[in-house]
Design a binder for this molecule. Structure first.
Ligand code: ADP
Ligand code: MG
Length: 745
């Protein structure tokens, strides 16, 4: 589009701020899109795009159906002939939805999911074109995936990785493609994805928890892990987004002065949702429901233009697949509604970040939620046993849990200036805390009869009904008990939940095994009854894990000090936090429970360190470019204008009057000059620091250098730019401002 310009200054204005003003113009014409709901009965279309049991029954021969059910429930392998039948049934179902392609859908260690689409098309025996999907193609594929991060596991000359069908997560259809959830492993059998270790961790916690449950009830044969995630995200108009190279390239704003109004009023929280956003949410919900993702709640979050989506909890493996799928759907549907979705943990500084709370619980095949207080003393003993093991698990594995959630993005949300600290602690609520304290302080019991002791125990084990009311909440706790589950709140909004779920469930498996061994030893060595041994072991565990319990304000300075006194760790240095994947406790858990082997563990850390390095590197490059190509020239234009103004003043007024009238402008020119010079210097130094870091040997050295030598420049440069934003004429500022990004509907 061309514009007529008159003066030099005006032309400069328009050239400089073109993107920003065009974006704002576009915005003025936005209208909410009409969204079509397939039917007013949700059940008419819920799961319509999932090859679930109902469809399997319809499309598969009886024995094939049974084989899949057995594989899901008991892990029995599926033979090739059966796989052929399943593949054929799947294809026929998919074709009823006009599907033309299929893909193995997997979760590499990058952000997001990967897929490679193939057509059903094949040559038949007579050279004719046929449509076929065989069991061989269903069960295993060999994507050319040498470019996925693997932490040195695969040499590129043997760049072979396999994807293998995960029977426990049903196939689904997106657009015209049949997607088959798979694991992704190297030619030599090492995991290259999130799903493989997640499945192992879930199996490990199942085994360990089942054995502990058997101390109470021999009829319990399996323990399932449930996950209910809450996905926070920001929306921003697509045109404004496109006018912010930093958002496009790094997912967050690298500059921007805070808006005069931000979240102080908290009027956005649970406020009404703008119509354009409602339309987006509606469509997202419909698509989720078609895919069998039980999304339920949608609401505004604390920050402006921040929202949340949460489904009903599901089995952790499926829940995680669904979260991956939702993040993907969000991005695509947002575009259609002229929004960009920001999954970054901290898109705007000074404004609340986005997390992904992981609601986690364990549930037996007999239907008992092991984190729900029981109705009678016996079931309460079971509940308390699991509860204290969670306390100990988190206490012992603070560093592993933290390692599982740190990233470049999340570090702005945890452990940074305006963010909660990177300290792990557990909130239980007053009543439960009191009960545990009572158990721990039971002292002199000699002289009491066994019967008396039991009565005492039962009294302690009685948990008031009121506990079931989940209003007793502490929003500042990173690991909170919320009535029938634990909520791990430190996970970042862009993360794959599997990382946290692998750490938590394998640590829990390890802890439960230790607990059971302790109980068995007590029974053997001291001839205590089983219940008494459990009780004693529980008491020891409560005492030993006491430092991890904290009921106060987790964001306060006092807590940092108190936590340090308690010996809890607080690590905001990302690469350092990641290195704890390799410490003794983490190895005991991850290698001991056979979640990873040595190579896999080392490669995982390498991948995470490299991801960190790359993210900071990109941020640093983008900021350098924006500073030099956008900000400095704008500052110079404004400075020239001020100089022109001074010349005019001097021509018009007497020397004396001029001195008086020009003082503030001269000061401003000086300030702008100073900032421009500083920006240029800092960008140069940052570039040098990058060069030095890039030449270091090893992933660890590079990541540490990026954290310590490169990253500090980002804040320093930003500070100058944000000041310039306040000083320079709004009309020529090239990038959409915070108030525009955050408050346009
Ligand atoms: P909040 O008040 O924390 O925002 P929500 O109701 O929005 O709570 O989300 C809570 C999440 O926890 C939902 O995904 C819900 O299904 C899940 N949840 C509820 N009970 C359990 C449980 N026993 N185990 C795991 N997740 C659960
Ligand atoms: Mg929550």
């Amino acid at each position: 589009m061309r514009r007529k310009t008159t003066t030099n200054n005006q032309r400069n204005n328009h050239v400089m701020s073109k993107m920003r003003f065009f974006a704002l113009q576009e915005l003025a014409n936005r209208k909410p899109l009409e969204v079509e709901i397939p039917s007013n009965k949700l059940t008419d279309y819920y799961g319509s795009h999932v090859f679930d049991r109902k469809k399997m029954q319809e499309y598969l021969p009886k024995e094939a159906y049974q084989a899949v059910v057995n594989a899901i429930e008991k892990g029995t392998p599926i033979n090739r002939a059966t796989a052929d039948l399943v593949a054929n049934g799947m294809k026929n179902w998919a074709k009823s939805l006009n599907v033309t392609h299929y893909t193995h859908w997997f979760q590499p260690l990058t952000d997001g999911t990967a897929e490679k689409h193939d057509g059903f098309i094949e040559f038949g025996e007579e050279g004719d074109v046929i449509e076929r999907f065989s069991g061989k193609l269903l069960v295993q594929q060999e994507p050319d995936a040498s470019s996925f991060p693997n932490g040195g596991i695969r040499n590129t000359f043997e760049a072979r990785g396999y994807t293998a069908w995960d029977v426990s997560s049903p196939a689904f259809v997106v657009d015209t493609t049949l997607c088959i959830p798979t694991i992704f492993i190297s030619y030599t059998g090492e995991a290259l994805d999130y799903k493989t270790p997640l499945l192992k961790a879930l199996a490990a916690v199942d085994r360990a928890a089942t054995e502990v449950c058997k101390l109470f009830d021999p009829h319990i044969n399996k323990v399932y892990t449930n996950l209910g995630w809450e996905q926070e995200y920001f929306l921003v108009d697509l045109a404004l987004y496109n006018a912010r190279p930093d958002l496009c390239l790094t997912g967050r704003t690298l500059m921007g002065h805070s808006s005069a109004k931000d979240q102080q009023l908290e009027d956005h929280y649970f406020g009404s949702i703008p119509p354009r956003v409602t339309a987006f949410m509606k469509e997202l919900e419909v698509e989720c429901h078609k895919l069998g993702i039980p999304v339920k709640t949608r609401h505004n979050e604390v920050a402006p233009n921040q929202f949340e989506l949460a489904p009903i909890f599901e089995n952790a493996n499926l829940a995680n697949d669904h979260n991956q799928l939702v993040m993907d759907l969000m991005k695509r549907i947002a575009r259609k509604h002229h929004f960009a979705v920001l999954l970054h943990e901290k898109p705007y500084s000074g404004v609340n970040g986005s997390g992904k709370h992981n609601n986690w619980s364990l549930c037996t095949d007999t239907g008992i939620n092991l984190f729900a207080p029981g109705k009678n003393p016996k079931s309460n003993l079971l509940f308390l046993t699991f509860l204290v093991n969670v306390l100990m698990m988190v206490y012992k594995n603070q560093d592993l849990l933290r390692a599982s959630i740190v990233s470049a993005g999340n570090s702005h949300r945890l452990g940074a200036n305006e963010a909660p600290p990177a300290i792990l602690s557990i909130f239980l609520g007053k009543q439960l805390s009191t009960i545990l304290d009572q158990i721990a302080s039971q002292t002199d019991e000699s002289g009491r009869s066994a019967e008396e002791k039991t009565i005492l125990r039962l009294g302690i084990g009685r948990i008031p009904e009121i506990l079931l009311d989940t209003t007793d909440r502490n929003r500042t706790s990173p690991f909170a008990f919320t009535g029938n589950r634990f909520e791990f709140r430190a996970a970042g909004s862009s993360a794959n939940c599997a990382a946290a779920m692998i750490a938590i469930n394998s640590a829990m498996a390890s802890q439960l095994n230790e607990f059971r061994v302790g109980v068995e030893r007590l029974m053997e060595e001291t001839h205590l009854s089983k219940e008494e041994a459990i009780f004693q072991q529980m008491k020891q565990t409560i005492i030993a894990s006491a430092p991890i319990r904290f009921e106060g304000d987790g964001y306060s300075q006092q807590w940092r000090e108190e936590a340090a006194r308690r010996g809890l760790t607080n690590i905001s240095h990302v690469p350092e936090a990641l290195m704890h994947y390799m410490d003794d406790q983490a190895r005991t858990v991850l290698l001991g429970e056979h979640i990873f082997n040595e190579t896999e563990l080392a490669s995982r850390v390498e991948v995470e360190l490299e991801k960190y390095t790359m993210k900071v590197q990109i941020e640093s490059r983008v900021l350098g470019d924006l500073a030099i190509n956008h900000i400095v020239p704008t500052a110079v234009i404004y400075q020239n204008r001020l100089l022109e103004n001074l010349r005019g003043l001097r021509e018009t007024f007497s020397a004396e009057e001029y001195e008086e009238l020009s003082a503030d402008r001269k000061e401003l020119i000086r300030e702008i000059s100073h900032r421009v010079t500083s920006i240029k210097q800092l960008v140069r130094q940052m570039t040098e620091a990058r060069k030095v870091a890039n030449h270091l040997d090893g992933f660890k050295a590079r990541a540490f250098a990026y954290q310590e030598q490169v990253r500090p420049y980002l804040d320093e440069i930003r500070d100058h730019i944000d000041h310039l934003e306040m000083e320079i004429d709004d009309e020529i500022w090239p990038l959409p401002k915070y108030r525009e990004l955050l408050f346009t509907k």
